[in-house]
Design a protein around this ligand. Structure first.
Ligand SMILES: [Zn+2]
Length: 491
């Protein structure tokens, strides 16, 4: 009975999500192996080295995508989202929710129609879907007052390569907002920065990326219920886990408005912070033992995804001075966001947030008090900054979706005590070669000069595994590179 229910749930879910059943979800063990995709180019022989600065091979499609991102479109979308007055998730229960044109229902309908508009422009290339669930209040601290339908909206750009299309990359932002009192479903909650900015990034990625085809699948997500306790993302992550969908990476954008409050001299609009967890949330005690014994506390799949973002930032000059700033921490100190819902289901997920937040413009009712203007208003958002964040997201998604799959289960062989390092891996879909990288245990990223290319699926490296951290990635004929995987110890 239980089995039947499970199967039915599975089939139902497939239909609801409208995504083909894909590769199994990464286990934390293999997930933990996704490594930094650092610099790129490579040598043709084991001993040759490169010392050029950093970058991967540029792809003209990605250059075009960066060019197509529009600060004007982003501004329009943020202003539209603000126009709904509040997007508090519990405003769905307001008596006039369906007719007032205000509140979270109106926002949801508009986002759906906007995704549909992009799809119409590309001949129906996007599949626009919703993911809904009525959640019950769960005790006195619940941020729901009554059963509440929490509704996510998303669009899928399906991959074109049968061997790669089950790999799914997700970009997300939360479209709900809140006033100072999170339980107030009526007070103005413009949420221009938190998080119309992230919602606008997801929408803009859908608009510009849907003009192209990719071997792997992209999913543009906007979720509700973040302010009520990561409800929408929690539900969505649970859903993709139950379905066994091959979500390979999640880019969460939350508070990416750049804050241009007059007089703020501390903001740095050339930086966006990229947060990533260290120890995977789902690592078992046995896996943590291995992480401790191999010194891989700094090499979770999420961190490798963050390093991939970093390399994309170095590869494409469309960003000008703008650059990702990796923060090796799950989120801001003791704080959280939607990427954590994905981390907690074993997925690689990172968070983008502006360099310096202005707390007068978050979770505050708009007002002026003692000369300070409170409220999360569009006038404090730097639309060019949001556009740069969108460019970085779109370029990362495109690079990931153009790349071959990562090497299959890279292993570091340890049955002999020896000072060199033998690695093996399985061939990856779409790969024509592999790159083995290493970095000092104290390095944040893999230096460009420590890249060795091979067409084989094994290698003997002269560096000692005692002293360095290895990673392996796949490369195709055009120079697209996968995320890096850290080899598993094989005794
Ligand atoms: Zn937020």
């Amino acid at each position: 009975m239980r089995h039947i229910t499970k199967v039915m749930l599975f089939l139902f879910g497939l239909q609801m999500l409208n995504i083909p059943y894909a590769v199994a979800q990464k286990t934390p063990a293999t997930a933990g192996r996704r490594k930094a995709r650092k610099t790129a180019a490579a040598s043709s022989s084991k001993s040759s080295k490169e010392s050029a600065a950093s970058t991967g091979t540029k792809d003209e499609t990605v250059v075009q995508i960066i060019h197509d991102v529009s600060p004007q479109q982003i501004q329009k979308n943020i202003e539209k989202l603000v126009s709904f007055g509040t997007r508090n998730t519990i405003s769905i229960n307001n008596p006039d929710a369906g007719t007032s044109g205000k509140g979270v229902v109106a926002a949801y309908e508009w986002i759906k129609s906007e995704f549909q508009r992009y799809s119409d422009a590309c001949g129906g290339c996007l599949e626009v879907n919703t993911d809904e669930r009525v959640l019950e209040p769960t005790g006195p601290n619940s941020r729901l007052k009554q059963p509440t339908n929490v509704r996510n909206v998303y669009a899928i750009l399906r991959g074109t390569d049968p061997a790669l299309k089950n790999r799914i990359y997700v970009v997300t932002g939360h479209y709900d907002s809140r006033a100072k009192d999170v339980m107030d479903a009526n007070a103005p909650a413009p949420g221009a920065n938190d998080d119309a900015s992230g919602t606008a990034v997801s929408l803009e990625c859908a608009r510009v990326l849907s003009k192209h085809k990719f071997p792997a699948t992209l999913l543009f997500l906007t979720v509700a219920g973040e302010e009520q306790g990561l409800l929408g993302s929690g539900h969505f992550a649970k859903r993709v886990t139950e379905l066994g969908l091959g979500v390979e990476g999640v880019l969460n954008n939350d508070i990416v408005g750049g804050n241009r409050t007059p007089g703020d001299t501390e903001q740095n609009n050339n930086w966006v912070r990229v947060f990533s967890e260290g120890i995977p949330a789902t690592a078992t005690p046995d896996q943590i033992k291995i992480i401790r014994a191999t010194g891989e506390e700094n090499d979770s799949p999420s961190r490798e995804l963050a390093r991939y973002v970093s390399e994309v930032g170095r590869t494409y000059p469309g960003f000008g001075q703008f650059t990702p700033k990796l923060i090796f921490r799950r989120d801001r100190y003791l704080r959280g966001g939607d990427h954590i819902s994905f981390n907690e289901k074993g997925f690689a997920a990172v968070r983008f947030t502006e360099y310096r937040e202005d707390f007068h413009h978050q979770h505050e009712n708009p007002r002026t008090e003692n000369g300070i203007e409170y409220g999360d208003l569009p006038k404090f958002v730097d639309f060019n900054y949001v556009a740069n964040v969108a460019r970085l997201n779109a370029a990362t998604l495109a690079s990931l979706a153009l790349a071959p799959a990562p090497p299959v289960k890279p292993r570091l062989l340890t049955h002999e005590l020896e000072n060199d390092s033998k690695l093996e891996w399985g061939p990856a879909a779409g790969a024509t070669a592999y790159e083995v990288l290493w970095r000092k245990t104290t390095d944040a990223e893999f230096p460009q000069e420590n890249v060795t290319r091979t067409t084989e699926t094994k290698i003997d490296m002269p560096e000692s595994k005692d002293n360095v951290i290895f990673g392996v990635r796949s490369v195709d004929a055009k120079g697209h590179r996968s995320v890096i995987e850290v080899p598993e110890a094989q005794r």
